[in-house]
Write a protein that binds this ligand. Structure first.
Ligand code: MLT
Length: 374
């Protein structure tokens, strides 16, 4: 019997995937695995029974990913499962950044009760809300993964010229980018060339404050910035200065902070990028599939801290070993049979469909976790 602890509300079409061999709920003790959306796990003590965590979503900054790797806990996410939902809101954000719809909407509310005057007041007041069209403008996209790519395609179909930057750009996405897309090697070119900039990268120490006073200084006057990825990617204080000086015309963010809420030029949305029923279903189903494949056959697909290793169903006994990459020779020698192996950074993952000597494997320096699946 396996058990799955859910830390947030997970769509039923995901949890329903766990069959009769599983218990699944919010009050499970010593779970085999955990499903989470945005609940912070940084202060949580994991049970020794927990072998995996699946994040139903893309960002994993709510999970202590490195600490999990050190303890042999595989962390999965669901890349692409919510990409369409985020893309749609980014397109909405581009238009909100341009056409002053948000402040016009508020202004219209103030006309309530003006009776027959409303029509005249609308025509008199509307000029303050004029804003440019996006067609013909340049959109800079930082991060051309699942979301950035979809944004490129949609914005291009609305007549925008696309300039993209992604040091990890896959050949598949490069080949599929809309005709005319310019891929730049230097992120600063995005800031220099774009009328609108949208960022779609994970939040890490190296991406923190990607939009800051120096990069904003490179921008065209009146640049419009969109952030539907993570709050810390944009330095809020520098963004406010840019809005105040006119360097930036608008900042649309899905990550409001107390500092920026209500400031002129800021359009703040409460982290709604992936909040669609479709995306919640997709993420929950993908996360459940990943956990089931890992629990039942040791397969690792879409992990953010362990190597990818696709595997056939188990016939007989399978031994799965998470170890330091440097222990690979000792692990393989101890198994002495056919192995499947993949590595990622400091970690290696070895799987054998043979009766390996578990205690011998566990005694090897650098072996983190040994699991037997029958
Ligand atoms: C993500 O990281 O998947 C999105 O920001 C949405 C979410 O946090 O659920």
């Amino acid at each position: 019997m396996y058990s799955i602890l859910t830390l947030n509300k997970i769509a039923a079409c995901g949890t329903d995937k766990f069959g009769a061999d599983y218990a699944c709920g919010t009050d499970i003790e010593n779970p085999t695995a955990i499903m989470v959306r945005s609940a912070s796990m940084h202060d949580m003590t994991l049970s020794d029974s927990t072998i995996a965590i699946a994040r139903a979503g893309a960002g994993t900054n709510n999970i202590p990913v490195d600490k999990c790797a050190e303890n042999g806990v595989v962390v999965f996410n669901t890349p692409g499962a919510n990409a369409n939902a985020v893309k749609e809101l980014v397109i909405c954000g581009l238009l909100l950044a341009s056409r002053k719809v948000a402040s016009a909407y508020d202004w219209c509310k103030g006309l309530k009760g003006k009776g027959d005057e409303v029509g005249k007041l609308v025509e008199k007041g509307k000029s303050q809300f004029a804003g440019p069209e996006i067609s013909g403008k340049t959109l800079g996209i930082i991060g051309l993964g699942a979301i950035g790519y979809k944004v490129a395609v949609a914005a291009s179909s609305l007549g925008m010229k696309i300039v993209g930057y992604d040091p990890y750009l896959s050949e598949k996405i490069r080949a599929a980018l809309p005709e005319g897309t310019e891929v730049v090697e230097d992120i600063n070119d995005i800031f220099v060339k774009s009328d609108y900039i949208t960022i779609h990268v994970p939040f890490t120490e190296s991406t923190k404050n990607t939009v800051n006073k120096d990069t904003l200084a490179l921008c065209k006057d009146g640049v419009r910035i969109l952030n539907f990825a993570r709050g810390g990617l944009v330095n809020d204080a520098d963004m406010l200065d840019a809005l105040e000086s006119g360097k930036a015309a608008a900042y649309v963010t899905d990550f409001p902070s107390d500092e920026i809420i209500g400031a002129d030029g800021v359009i703040a949305i409460p982290h709604l990028g992936a909040s669609t029923p479709e995306s919640e279903d997709n993420c929950a189903m993908m996360a459940a599939d990943e956990l089931i494949a890992y629990i039942e056959k040791g397969e690792i697909v879409n992990s953010v801290n362990m190597p990818r290793l696709e595997l056939d169903p188990v016939k007989g006994t399978r031994v799965c070993v998470i170890h330091k990459a440097e222990a690979v020779d000792a692990v393989h020698a101890a198994i002495g049979a056919d192995v499947k192996y993949a590595s990622r950074g400091a970690y290696g993952y070895t799987v054998t469909d043979s009766d390996a000597d578990i205690s011998k494997l566990e005694a090897i320096d650098g072996v983190i976790k040994v699991r037997v699946i029958k």
